[in-house]
Design a protein around this ligand. Structure first.
Ligand code: ZN
Length: 299
């Protein structure tokens, strides 16, 4: 009985993680085969599914799935609201790396991201304490169902200066969903964020890095920059926290390159590793990109 539970729990932990279990290849490979998961990049060359882009979500279907969240009209994107005075000095390339817009800009930067929250106040406080210590900003790619359960944690992320990211409502493989379902998965998160903290996210990352042309179109339509990652910490594969903080640091440093888009999660060993990781990145001369300095409406 106990064993079954442990097995199921472990399986659930694995399933809840973002990435594939395959270590991303070195960045020197071609864009279509680099660190982003193959399930995502495989769709990169397919023709866009434009004829369905304007399809409205079915109210009936949504009502069945999310009655509470569907009582009001779809949120109106408000990119202006999330915009700040911070100058757009960076853009994302096809490898999901962050590069300076001006060729003379500082290339030696990394983007910090944390997926699958918001989960726990203690964990978030720890992450933000460390980020503050290093004067670093990060994107928090969050799931709607978690925000729905803990709206106060979304407020915490926002109040402590976390940059909001949409990671779908249910953390499902969007590549396998209908366009209507994709719309609902993205719209419902934006609506929740708008209702709770009064702003909508400018960044979108599909669960498991698994998207499609339609998912990319939808993110763009909602003024969100679509990204997977280019440096996976592999923290989602770790289940024994004892030595794992060191492994988180090592995994990131092993894949480190200019513009690294670093995927991490709201996990205890990642929180434990963060101070050491940021210190080592700084020692190597890297700066942390403020996500608000990244161009969003150019894809
Ligand atoms: Zn995820």
């Amino acid at each position: 009985m106990k064993k079954t539970f442990v097995t199921l729990f472990s399986a659930a932990l694995l399933l809840s993680a973002c990435g594939s279990t395959v270590q991303p290849p070195a960045q020197s490979l071609s864009p279509s085969s680099s660190s982003a998961p193959s399930s995502d990049t495989a769709a990169g060359t397919a023709a866009p599914v434009k004829q369905e882009a304007a399809a409205a979500p079915s109210p009936a279907e949504q009502a069945v799935q999310k009655p509470a969240a569907e009582q009001t009209p779809a949120p109106v994107p408000s990119p202006a609201q999330a915009a700040t005075e911070i100058k757009k000095e960076y853009k994302m390339n096809k490898n999901y790396d962050i590069v300076p817009i001006d060729a003379s800009g500082n290339k030696k930067v990394v983007l910090l991201t944390f997926d699958d929250g918001p989960k726990e106040k203690e964990l978030l406080d720890s992450l933000f304490d460390t980020l503050d210590k290093h004067k670093a900003k990060a994107i928090f790619f969050m799931n709607g169902y978690r925000i729905k359960s803990h709206p106060e944690l979304l407020k915490l992320v926002d109040e402590r200066g976390g940059i909001l990211g949409n990671h779908s409502y249910d953390h499902i493989d969007l590549k396998k969903q209908t366009n209507e379902k994709v719309d609902q998965q993205l719209d419902d998160v934006n609506k929740l964020m708008k209702d709770i903290v009064g702003k909508t996210p400018q960044f979108f990352r599909p669960p498991f890095g698994s998207g499609s042309d339609y998912v990319k179109e939808k993110a763009k339509k909602e003024h969100m920059l679509y990204m997977t990652w280019s440096n996976g910490s592999l923290d989602w594969e770790m289940t024994n926290a004892k030595n794992d903080p060191k492994a988180v640091v090592k995994n990131v440093l092993d894949q480190l390159h200019a513009g690294s888009n670093i995927l991490m999660h709201e996990l205890p060993w990642t929180a434990q590793a963060l101070d050491q990781l940021l210190a080592q990145l700084e020692e190597k001369g890297y700066s942390f990109v403020d996500p608000r300095a990244i161009e969003v409406d150019v894809q």
